[in-house]
Structures are given as C-alpha cells and as structure tokens.
Design a binder for this molecule. Structure first.
Ligand code: RIB
Length: 309
C-alpha cells in the first residue's frame, strides 16, 4: 500500500512576541526565525520520520527548494512536487513565551493546484492506497472526490476548517484527525465531551481521532473508545504538534499497530515536537520517540536516580 500526502508546503516566518498582537496595536517582535512548514509538509515529514514510506504531492514556487531538501533528507519521496512561477506558500506565525501561536497563511503556490495536476498525481496510485490531505491547498473537494473514485482510502485532517472544507464530501473520509475546534465545528456539538460520539454518529465510516491539547487525545471507532493523555513537557513552540501527531498516528496504524499504541507513539512524538523550535524541524525520529517512551515508562525512582551504580 502506498501513501500519498497531497498538501501544502510553506515557509514559516516565526516572530517571537511578548503577547499576540491586538487589533489596532503595533508590536515589536523580539526575534524572527525562518523554518520549513505547512501542514502538508509537516505531516509528510512526520510520516517519514515515523518510518512510513510517503509520497508528497504539491506545488512550490521559485523560493521553495529548501522545503524539498528537508523533506528528502527525512525520507519523503518528492517526485510528485512541482515548481510553478511565483512564491511558495508562507505563514506568518506569532510565537509567545509560553510556546502558543497565531498563524496567518498566504497560499502562494499551494493555491495554484489544478484538477489536471490532481489527476496526474492520482494516476500514480491504485485502489487500496491511502491519501492523506489537509485544507491548505486549492480544490480539496475535487481531490477528495477523485481519490475516492479511484478507490483510495482517505485520511482527512480538516484544518483549517473553513468554507472550502465544508464543500468537501466528508463522508468519504476513512480517518478524521482533528482538534477540538474542528471537532465542534464539524459535529455541531458545543459540549466537548460529546464531540467524539457526535462525530462518530455523523461519520460512521470514519475512525475519529480528536486531539484535545493538554487534555490528550480521544480515538473513537465503532464501539471502541480510547483516551491518550499527553506527556507533560516544557513547551517551547507548539507549532506543528498536531501535524506530528497525525503523521505518527497514521504511520503506526498503517504499520499494523493497534490504535492504543499508535496514540501513545503519536503523543510521545508530539511532546518531543513542542520541546523544540519550528514545525517540521522539531519532528522527532522514530528512534528518538521510542527512546523517550522507554524513559517515560520507567518507574519514577529509576528516572530520578542518575547516580552511577
Ligand atoms: O500546523 C502548523 C502549520 O500550519 C505551520 O507549519 C504553518 O505553515 C501552517 O500551515
């Protein structure tokens, strides 16, 4: 089974700010750093670093080659990424001292995706292959329909949740991996504790993975309901934590691991990702993630006792 992640590639301009800028306010940032990002690219890198073979489909502009470098170094097959005239997509990110962010997107090349390009990419895949997609490119509704018509399974991260997303036939999704705001918007449910059940009722075909920030993540499918707590860490930059979670969860499930283990790996990888700066750059390797888990699972007394024996 092949995995195609068809999604955005962005240049992330990360401005460290004392607080998020308010309406009408002019605020000086303390630092500007530039990182590779984009929900699509981040999720491809997470899949690859988790050990899954993944093809990335998408477009960059004239200034986007560095995004392909990090993807290729991580093991992503970028032969289905094309270069178009103009700018690569970018994101302007405000990052506060507690690691929280606000993101403003400019679509750039991500918004030049045409139906012809989608068809050409999908021709490389067969029934039973998996499409992962987000909502930072043009024509997400056509991508979903054409992939389903070709017999691909679909994992959808419905982010950002806007009008273009709501034009998609969400019943086509086999996996819905989303955060609490997206979950409330798609289920119509205001009580967060009811959202997993409401999503499962509305999208019975889909395995639901709902991330809840510091409250962990919930998996819901059929009669199965699992809760995965977070691994508490000092957050430096939370950008891309959800993408890391998505890539790791899917890689583990497609490897044949049970959902409970996939959630645990995804939570561990996300914890490591928020401990470092940048979205794609801070995604850990599988080896780093397994080592973190092994360390976390030792009894407290062992963890704290670093004296030589
Ligand atoms: O999910 C984080 C990503 O969202 C960033 O890397 C930014 O590019 C935006 O797409």
């Amino acid at each position: 089974m092949k995995i195609l992640n068809f999604g955005s590639l962005n240049c992330d301009y990360v401005y460290s700010v004392p607080h998020m800028v308010q309406e009408g306010e002019t605020l000086s940032s303390r630092k500007l750093e530039v990182f590779p990002g984009g929900k699509g690219l981040n999720q491809s890198i997470a899949l690859a670093r988790a050990g899954a073979p993944v093809f990335h489909g998408g477009l960059i502009g004239e200034d986007g080659d560095f995004l392909l470098d990090i993807a290729a170094e991580s093991g992503v097959d970028c032969s289905l990424v094309e270069r178009v005239p103009g700018r690569t997509g970018h994101a302007i990110i405000q990052l506060t001292p507690s690691g929280q962010n606000c993101i403003l997107l400019h679509g750039g090349a991500n918004r030049q995706i045409t139906e012809d390009f989608i068809v050409r990419v999908l021709e490389r895949f067969e029934p039973g292959d998996l499409l992962l997609m987000q909502n930072e490119i043009s024509l997400p509704d056509r991508l979903m329909e054409l992939a389903a018509r070709r017999g691909l399974s679909i994992a959808l991260n419905p982010s950002p949740c806007d009008e273009a997303l709501l034009r998609c036939d969400l019943q086509l999704a086999d996996y819905l991996i989303l955060n609490e705001l997206e979950g409330m918007a798609l289920s119509g449910e205001k009580d967060l504790s009811r959202v997993p059940d409401a999503l499962q009722e509305k999208f019975p075909k889909a395995r639901i993975v709902l991330t809840l920030g510091k409250d962990g993540a919930v998996f819901r499918y059929g009669k199965e309901k699992l809760l995965q707590p977070v691994f508490p860490v000092q957050a430096v930059d939370t950008t891309g934590a959800g993408d890391t979670f998505t890539g790791y969860f899917l890689a583990a499930v497609l490897e044949g691991l049970p959902a409970s283990r996939a959630l645990q790996l995804a939570a561990a990888a996300a914890a490591l990702a928020v401990s470092g700066m940048g979205a794609a750059s801070s995604i850990p390797t599988r080896q780093q993630t397994e080592a973190f888990l092994a360390f976390r699972q030792k009894p407290e007394s062992c963890k704290n006792d670093s004296r030589p024996k």
